[in-house]
Write a protein that binds this ligand. Sequence first.
Ligand code: FAD
Length: 483
Amino acid sequence: MQVRNDGGESEANPGAIIMWFRNDLRLTDNPALRHAEGSGRPVICLYILDETPGVRPMGAASLWWLDKSLKSLAQSLEKLGNRLVLRKGAAAEVLDAVVAETGATSVLWNRLYDKARTDRDAEIKAGLKQAGVDCQSFNAGLLNEPWTVRNGSGQPYKVFTPYWRAARGQLDETTVELAPRSLRSLDKNVRSERLADWGLHPARPDWSKGFDIWSPGEAGALKRLDGFLSGPITGYGEARDVPGVEATSRLSPHLHFGEIGPRQVWLAVRDAAEAGDIPSTEADKFLSEIGWREFNHAILFHWPQLPTRNFKPEFDGFPWTTDPAAFEAWTRGETGYPIVDAGMRELWTTGFMHNRVRMIVASFLIKHLMIDWREGEAWFWDTLVDADLASNVGNWQWTAGSGADASPYFRIFNPIAQGEKFDPRGVYVRRWIPELKSASDELIHKPWLRPLDLPAAAKRIYAKPIVDHAKARERALEAYHSL
Ligand code: FAD
């Protein structure tokens, strides 16, 4: 696959170019930016904190990340002799204003794929074209754009395995665009808002202390990839399910904000495997996870109503319960099931949760508490630094059984057995639930069975299970069979 480049620049058009940054906050492998550089024309680098109605606003954890990522991008652009212009407002209005202020004659961007933003972009494109402003878009965010992977009858795939087989087959020629060496700026100063005035970093209270494990920005993303390839990838296939060890790449927020592109990840992994630096089985497993990211984007593109509607309409009649107290216990990590509570506390503290634990906590909310997956999805949206519409909605629907290629509803995770299997020594649980630090390995996932073994403080502080596993399981299955 070659980097798609949608057209040539007109020699007769000498105006400035607006490079509209969105989820592509990087210099390397950024085709729109590269195209702007190649034109030799002045480039206005613009980021819009978009307020278009219908486009889902970012959650608090994402805004924390965005703040740092924009700072990093602004610094990188300054090194190229350019600067980042910040504006807040509905994207169409902001672009019209910047065009009017600068006389820019082209707008370039890298594509996004959810309906609210494809609709927005199409409208912007039509409006700008009418005003005589040229628009071009590129692919920076996916290995294969959703419409390019289809089955023998020309339909989009609904099942991951054949999807990925077809998608992989199209990737042999992948290349990466180099970062620009310099970027001509406009002679006149373009008004920019101040990042600090956007208030993206939380204040009063600042709940983000535990987020200091992250280094948002392109340099941080490359460092993560390097660190992963020089160590954890070797045992990825098995260890990726063990939350007590850091065995996965933690690239998800970097990929979401586009601080690194999937082509860069793909090529780095493929080259390392071909050079014999990493086992090819582990490389394949890791790349198939990148494949799930692609699959979720394709599914959301073809079934745009998924953030609110079940992929499988038979779930529309599911008898969800309304239980604010249980929901709150879940969000606070106070359900009494240690692996669930550890996950929810990791999420609140760091903006991240291990994938295996995401599946366990999501299953618990949907099946043990019978709370609508949309409520869980919204909580994750607000608290995850990697909150991504396609992956979040896709995985919540996968867990609920209502999604494409989903886990069947009747497969109900037992939170005790899951804890014992994937965190047998309680390393993860002890890290996030200090009350259980001195519980025995045998009881760490069911501390209520012999509370006398717990120190007095833990008995007081750590919750009893808010539902009984066996009864909750039965209730969920009954509800499912009633459909
Ligand atoms: P690695 O194991 O190192 O995987 C590499 C990359 O592959 C990830 O960075 C990610 O981009 C992609 N990936 C891995 N697993 C999945 C998956 N199941 N679906 C889609 N992409 C995947 N991921 C998000 O990026 N954003 C979300 O909002 C999100 N919400 C989720 C909600 C639920 C209920 C569940 C069960 C999973 C969710 N995931 C989401 C998927 C997955 O948990 C994270 O991508 C993964 O934990 C990120 O950690 P990592 O980068 O170390 O992953």
